[in-house]
Design a protein. Structure first.
Ligand code: SAM
Length: 278
């Protein structure tokens, strides 16, 4: 049954504050499961199960699905929708309050899992941060997000952001598929895209001795928008301009560049050049 009919039947109104735009297009749901390459040995964490449309597609392909949903009004709907799938465990929780690794270990007996989700837009960045910064990381994440966010995640030097650097540090990002706004109910104001992030199992793609220092430098660089990197770093790290310019030159980064133009490798070189001052 489509989400509108289901919600009407259970007399539940969608809550915009929880990012409730339900995917109503069966073709798009099947395509997401294909992009995620979910197979019979896979354990999947689904975030924001909603009315269970994606959950059911996942359950048909995966070994086990742990489906997390924060809205208690949707739990009876979900229970009914997944009743014929014994491989689904439903968890009523706020994903930002749970430790995903512990949850998977407890409910699926493994810390090897992937994430598939049509994410509530308002907490996309917070969820990504939580899942990527805290091991055990998912092996891959297949996420339906606002199209503009998908493009930001996959950005190249020239259009980088703190979010893009943070995500690309942990995984290879690719925008796999676009989904028109009309595929959702209620229809959001913007199109969406499915983005797949394959996390690096052997560490980041660039050599980083100290992850904390790396992110301190990146955060400082992006801290003052549209400023030249030398000013952003001096301000953000509380350093003298002369020391920053010297480090930039040693790292081969022109002091007049802006943070959004730097590659991951350049951020790494810059962190190394600044080390004595951090
Ligand atoms: N998976 C469904 C689908 O594809 O139609 C629903 C997707 S809807 C965009 C996002 C879902 O995430 C909603 O059901 C919402 O209640 C849920 N949600 C919002 N914030 C959440 C949170 N902090 N933790 C868990 N679920 C959340």
């Amino acid at each position: 049954m489509n989400p509108k009919k289901l919600l009407d039947y259970f007399d539940v109104a969608p809550k915009q504050s929880l990012g409730q735009n339900f995917l109503a297009d069966p073709g798009a749901l099947a395509h997401i499961v294909d992009i995620a390459e979910v197979g019979p040995d896979d354990v999947v964490l689904e975030i924001g199960a909603g009315t269970g449309a994606l959950t059911r597609h996942l359950a048909g392909a995966a070994k086990r699905v742990i489906a997390v949903e924060v809205d208690s009004r949707l739990i009876p709907i979900l229970q009914e929708q997944i009743a014929s799938f014994p491989n689904v465990v439903l968890v009523e929780a706020d994903i930002l309050e749970v430790n995903a690794g512990e949850l998977m270990q407890t409910l699926a007996g493994t810390e090897t899992f992937q994430v598939v989700a049509n994410l509530p837009y308002y907490i996309t960045a917070a969820i990504l941060r939580r899942l990527l910064e805290n091991p055990p990381r998912p092996t891959r994440l297949t996420l339906t997000v606002q199209r503009e966010v998908a493009e930001r995640l996959a950005a190249q030097p020239g259009d980088m952001s703190l979010l893009a650097v943070s995500v690309q540090f942990y995984g290879r990002v690719r925008v796999a598929h676009r989904i028109k706004a009309g595929a959702f109910w209620p229809t959001p104001g913007v199109d969406s895209a499915v983005v797949r992030i394959d996390t690096y199992t052997d560490g980041p793609p660039v050599p980083v001795d100290d992850e904390r220092q790396f992110f301190r430098v990146v955060r400082a660089g992006f801290g003052q928008k549209r400023k030249q990197i030398k000013n952003a770093l001096a301000g953000g790290l509380g350093l003298e301009a002369r020391a920053v310019v010297e480090a930039l030159e040693r790292a081969g980064v022109a002091p007049s560049r802006r943070a959004e133009t730097l590659s991951l490798a350049e951020w790494t070189a810059l962190t190394a050049a600044l080390r004595e001052h951090l």
